[in-house]
Design a protein around this ligand. Structure first.
Ligand SMILES: Cc1cc2nc3c(=O)[nH]c(=O)nc-3n(C[C@H](O)[C@H](O)[C@H](O)COP(=O)(O)OP(=O)(O)OC[C@H]3O[C@@H](n4cnc5c(N)ncnc54)[C@H](O)[C@@H]3O)c2cc1C
Length: 543
């Protein structure tokens, strides 16, 4: 059991969620297959496609549809990347594993599981690429925007191709079945605790028993929409004024696994973005961030951020560009969002900027390679005119999302902030901007733009999460572990239901990790999982 926040009560929390429900007796039918996969999201669909190659496969999905999916990926040493000219080495591999563990502060992630993820990621990409490309016109590309090991289906910013469609075609042709409107509700265990199947509730309200000869794989997503779980596992959860969790993320798999004796990481964390604290778009089933959150013009760029007392509290630019070699787009912004969450008492800050911030950024951008100020992120690169422009700013002011004033004093009054404190903060910030050196928070000079030209603006921003990290404890091939660290036979977890790989790091893309452990679980269940051999090892053998 890992974690720190609730150490004194951690056992109690896990005990509470592990209480067994009364066995469901009223079963209408029984069916038997090799593998049952619970949840047809990213983790479940990839696991099911693999399972369909090896034996009879059933996927249970509680929703009436299969969700669309994000497109970004990450992989180490796939043939596809090598063909594109990328090279890999033993040293790089160790650096990646080391960076991932450091990024997690060696807290929640298990190094064995992280290593397994890195070592198998290339093979996963090499397996999935021909399936997707044969069944559709979607093409996998090397994508430097997602970090040095980034690959993606289409480019970031373009409409996201739904590669569940080709995966579904593939698995159904191999004989796999997907049952929609069918919710997995209770695992079946034999006298030795081995999981032998699951009871599901179908759309007619009937309980059906599915025996699984090889295993049950839980890929039911995260638990962001289960308020009671969030209160127990997610520190300071009440500070979020809004979230982007999928509505179906209710932690069903976590709960079933806990009731079967599994261990769980005792805290969870989320991928969060900087967004407006005032306006949100309507929650839809879309996975596009733009459909869920609102970014006020200019406010989520690394401007001057102050807390409600008018004091600066953070390096608004986060990491230096290129400082962490594994960075994918968005990771830096997520860190700043985390900083805002932890460094303010209420997860709220005011972003302060002036009328000339755009032309100042334009000037700085001219000094950069390709004319782009880039730290990664949805909103934090410049130019980013789609989100940041003057017309939008005027609308934000009209809509009360951003406040406008002719002086800093007036701005402070309008946002109910101590006038003298805000004046002192702005004046200190301007002094450092003129010196080109932020001795208070060490923000990169490219983002230091003085606030000296009226009108002045303030927009309230916050950190908004989209999925939980922190889940059921697994081993390197997705086997669920009990509280003594032993396998629960027949039970696997993947996607965001599984913990042990994600931890606190926001460095690399969560999508590929979400796919990995269900995919490995299937191979483990059939006893066909191979030890990965990297290209540089093969070259050494042939030398
Ligand atoms: C708005 C948003 C934006 C994101 N952007 C990115 C991004 O840019 N890059 C990135 O890497 N990641 C991103 N993510 C995260 C990514 O979507 C998740 O990592 C991924 O979806 C997790 O896959 P999963 O299989 O664990 O869960 P999900 O994809 O959530 O799938 C879980 C499935 O299980 C089903 N289910 C739940 N309970 C049951 C049950 N009892 N029985 C049967 N079925 C059940 C659910 O209905 C769902 O279909 C984003 C997430 C959100 C919400």
């Amino acid at each position: 059991m890992k974690g720190a926040f609730f150490m004194s009560t951690v056992s109690e929390v896990i005990d509470k969620w592990s209480k067994k429900a009364a066995p469901i007796e009223d079963v209408k039918e029984t069916h038997t297959v090799d593998i049952v996969i619970v949840g047809a999201g990213l983790g479940g669909m990839v696991a099911a496609a693999k399972a369909s190659e090896l034996g009879s496969t059933l996927v249970l999905e509680k929703m009436p549809h299969i969700a669309a999916v994000r497109q970004a990926e990450w992989a180490f040493d796939s043939k596809f990347q090598r063909d594109a000219g990328q090279t890999f080495s033993a040293e790089e591999r160790e650096n990646i594993i080391g960076d991932l563990m450091r990024d997690d502060h060696w807290s929640m992630a298990s190094q064995k599981v992280v290593t397994s993820f890195v070592d198998h990621s290339g093979a996963l990409i090499d397996w999935i690429k021909p399936i997707i490309e044969k069944e559709s016109d979607i093409r996998l590309e090397v994508e430097p925007g997602w970090g040095p090991y980034g690959v993606s289906y289409g480019k970031p910013g373009y409409p996201e191709p739904d590669w569940f469609v080709p995966l579904k075609k593939y698995m159904e042709r191999n004989g796999a079945k997907i049952l929609l409107n069918t919710r997995g509700v209770q695992l079946i265990q034999d006298g030795n605790g081995k999981v032998t199947g699951i009871i599901a509730k179908n759309g007619d309200g009937n309980y059906i028993r599915y025996n699984a000869n090889k295993g049950v794989i839980l890929t039911t997503g995260s638990f962001g929409k289960n308020q009671a779980m969030m209160e127990d596992f997610f520190p300071r959860y009440e500070l979020y004024s809004h979230d982007m969790f999928y509505p179906e993320s209710t932690g069903d798999g976590h709960i079933m696994a806990l009731q079967a004796g599994a261990d769980m990481e005792s805290i969870a964390w989320g991928d969060s973005f900087l967004t407006s604290d005032v306006r949100y778009n309507n929650h839809t089933n879309s996975t596009s961030l733009a459909d869920l959150v609102y970014w006020p013009a200019y406010a989520c760029l690394p401007q001057l951020y102050v807390n409600e007392n008018g004091k600066r509290f953070i390096n608004e630019g986060g990491y230096k560009a290129g400082e962490n070699p594994l960075f994918c787009d968005q990771a830096n912004e997520m860190r700043i969002a985390d900083g805002l969450f932890w460094q303010t008492p209420n997860n709220k800050a005011w972003s302060i900027f002036d009328d000339k911030n755009e032309s100042k950024l334009d000037e700085k951008a001219k000094t950069q390679e390709n004319g782009v100020l880039h730290i990664g992120g949805v909103t934090s690169s410049w130019p980013s005119h789609g989100i940041n422009n003057h017309e939008k700013l005027d609308r934000d002011v009209q809509d009360g999302i951003t406040v406008k004033a002719d002086t800093i004093e007036e701005l402070a009054v309008k946002i109910h902030m101590p006038v003298e404190t805000l004046k002192a903060t702005v004046s200190r910030y301007n002094e450092m901007c003129q010196q080109g050196h932020d001795s208070d928070f060490i923000k990169e000079p490219i983002w230091l733009n003085s606030i000296d030209t009226a009108p002045y603006y303030a927009s309230r921003i916050t950190s908004t999460p989209c999925c939980t990290r922190g889940g059921i404890t697994i081993g390197p091939s997705g086997r669920v572990l009990d509280r003594e660290g032993k396998d629960i036979k027949g039970l696997y977890a993947g996607g965001t239901t599984a913990g042990s790989a994600l931890g606190w790091q926001t460095t690399i893309n969560i999508c590929i990790i979400s796919q990995m452990f269900g995919w490995l679980a299937v191979q483990d269940a059939y006893g066909v999982l191979q030890k990965p051999v990297h290209s540089y090892e093969k070259m050494a053998e042939h030398a």
